[in-house]
Ligand binder design. Structure first.
Ligand SMILES: [Zn+2]
Ligand SMILES: [Zn+2]
Length: 393
């Protein structure tokens, strides 16, 4: 089969590899029809998280069941399926409690497994023509329709991008009337904004510096904030002041900030002063400054255990300086972490089916598997409006 292999840092190749195959009778084999490239893949591509060099990359597939292990009950050959990024078993203590991203059996000795991901169980990645899906009954989300139909690019986002975006809005408890600031307008940040709107937010700000991404945020009904055009806190407070003018009935004026904030960037945030450099602290500091008393904060942008090639000494040891005093003084609630995909993917599928949501609005490029090397390069450079790439094996 043809697959996208991360040979070494910044070297993606598409080549013939041994076909994926059924290894356990609880597996199915998926013929992949769409496989998205994730911002997380770029951390591996840039060598900032290592350990999958020489292996197949990717963790966001959609496809058709090609072959079924004899112990699989709920899925049959020909079914259209997607699977969550985090491989789960469905029977361990974490899975039965709804925390599928911390499954205790799929990555023995640790909590949580994933496709094409360092230190997550060694499973092959999903940017390939075929994918082995372990524990199929627990992982396969069945979908109607057929390859290439009107839902193809919506369904592929159920593997990770939309479930993580929705998870961000959900753990942040975004509800009717909330004002939400989202840092990062990659596909997860954009889909967090989209989800915040679906959950009834009154106003959503999306902070980034890439023109096409900010435009997309505007298309999705959010207020784009370009952090290179002035302090994003001041810009948001100014917008909040305008919108609030004349509408303060309960002395809201001193609040000025937002009720909810989401970090959808993580450890590779770019500097406000010099976009060519990384400055991982400022987003956390900006959120602490901007959040209103009793506000809620969700962190879904990735923070790795250590960042040996990072720009900040403390982060090389996996430590981030956080203005704890401000956060404590405001009685804020902080939540963070990986998405328990299975909590959301079926519900979000149904929103796609009924027309209540169309997440594929964030997909910017649809390319063949052979175009993966160029797609990684341009996505990494944030060039030519590369926001979300879906490969079509
Ligand atoms: Zn992803
Ligand atoms: Zn489990």
């Amino acid at each position: 089969m043809k697959a996208v292999v991360l040979e070494e840092t910044r070297r993606i190749v598409v080549r013939e590899v041994k076909d994926a195959e059924i290894k356990e009778q609880t597996d199915v084999l998926m013929r992949v029809t769409s496989s998205a490239i994730c911002g997380t893949d770029l951390h591996f591509y840039e060598g900032r998280m290592r350990g999958i060099e020489g292996g197949i990359i990717g963790h966001e597939p959609l496809g058709i069941v090609e072959e079924v292990g004899s112990a699989v009950i709920n899925v049959k050959k020909g079914d259209r399926i997607t699977v969550p990024t985090h491989i789960c078993c469905g029977f361990c203590a974490m899975c039965v409690d709804g925390h599928s991203s911390a499954c205790l059996t799929t990555n023995p000795g640790d909590a949580g497994a994933a496709y094409g991901y360092p230190n997550k169980g060694g499973y092959e990645g999903a940017q390939a023509e075929l994918l082995r899906v372990p524990l199929a009954d627990a992982n396969c989300l069945k979908l109607p329709g057929e390859p290439g139909d009107q839902w193809e690019d919506d369904f592929v986002l159920l593997a990770d991008a939309w479930t993580t975006g929705y998870h961000a809005a959900a753990i942040c408890d975004v509800g009717p009337g909330d004002t939400v600031a989202i840092f990062g307008a990659g596909s997860v940040g954009l889909l967090a904004a989209y989800s915040a709107k679906l959950r009834g937010a009154a106003r959503v700000y999306v902070v980034d510096a890439v023109k096409e991404r900010l435009e997309k945020a505007g298309e999705l009904g959010a207020v784009p904030i370009d952090f290179l055009k002035g302090d994003p806190i001041e810009q948001i407070k100014e917008q909040q002041g305008k919108w609030r003018a004349g509408g303060a009935f309960r002395n809201e004026k001193p609040l000025g900030g937002v009720t909810c904030a989401i970090d959808a960037i993580g450890f590779q945030a770019r500097s406000k002063e010099d976009y060519s450099k990384e400055e991982p602290h400022w987003v956390t500091e900006a959120i602490a400054e901007l959040i209103n008393p009793a506000g809620r904060i969700a962190v879904v942008g990735l923070w790795p255990p250590k960042d040996p090639s990072g720009s900040v000494e403390s982060l090389k040891q996996g430590r981030l300086l956080v203005p704890w005093d401000k956060l404590f003084g405001k009685n804020v609630r902080i939540t963070m972490g990986r998405d328990d995909d299975e909590k959301w993917n079926g519900k979000l599928r149904d929103m796609i089916l009924t027309g209540a949501a169309k997440p594929s609005q964030v997909v910017s490029h649809r390319l063949s598997l052979d175009e993966a090397p160029e797609a990684f390069r341009k996505f990494d450079e944030r060039a030519e409006g590369f926001i979300k790439v879906v490969l079509k094996p």
